[in-house]
Design a protein around this ligand. Structure first.
Ligand code: C5P
Ligand code: MG
Length: 196
């Protein structure tokens, strides 16, 4: 199995690269942001609970996102592997994920951080906001708060995987295809070893 944590600040290109990774490696893409937005769209009780936090760019509780991930991992028992996108966002989430996977004799193969400068992140998110239908992509204040929340609460998660020797930074200031080529260079050798 190849289980990847795709990491990086908001607007770093995680969703975009995840789509290409799914195609190339036949993985299941689990994006907690997409799951939460789907709940909001349905107007479910969960969607209503998280709406205010998401609109402000704050984090939803660990319990909620861990449960969403748990359901989706369990619903994909035959997956060749998972891409975790936008999760884990706290150390508590990272620890829960490790425990959850260990129970099923699985583990995280590696974490890839997509690196993009802050000014470029804001520019990319505002451009995405023109078509994404996401209110949190339209307001510079909210975008800056999301980046602040990432720097304060989420970036320590990278250290958690660094300690496990699983962390690989990849520059994403260039084009989508250039970055994807870098990801393939990292992942292709992994595929061979994971299958042995
Ligand atoms: O991952 P994405 O940027 O799509 O997430 C959008 C929003 O969903 C975040 O700004 C945050 O409010 C919420 N979220 C969260 N915890 C996660 C994933 C997303 O609070 N693990
Ligand atoms: Mg995303």
């Amino acid at each position: 199995m190849l289980n990847i944590v795709l990491f990086g600040p908001p607007g770093a290109g995680k969703g975009t690269q995840a789509v290409k990774l799914v195609e190339n490696y036949n993985l299941v893409h689990l994006s907690t942001g997409d799951m939460l937005r789907a709940e909001m769209k349905k107007g479910s009780p969960l969607g209503l609970t998280v709406k205010d936090l998401i609109d402000k760019g704050e984090l939803v509780s660990d319990e909620i996102v861990i449960e969403l991930i748990r359901e989706n991992v369990n619903n994909n028992k035959n997956a060749a592997g998972f891409i975790f996108d936008g999760f884990p966002r706290t150390i508590a989430q990272a620890k829960s994920l490790d425990a959850m996977l260990e129970k099923e004799s699985m583990n995280i193969s590696l974490m890839i951080t997509l690196e993009v400068e802050e000014q470029e992140l804001i520019k990319r998110i505002l451009t995405r906001g023109e078509t994404s239908g996401r209110t949190d992509d339209l307001d510079t204040g909210i975008i800056k708060n999301r980046i602040k929340v990432y720097n304060e609460q989420t970036s320590p998660v990278a250290d958690y995987y660094k300690r496990q020797n699983k962390h690989i930074p990849v520059d994403n200031m260039g084009t989508i295809d250039e970055t994807f080529d870098c990801l393939k260079k990292v992942l292709d050798p992994k595929i061979v070893t994971e299958q042995n």
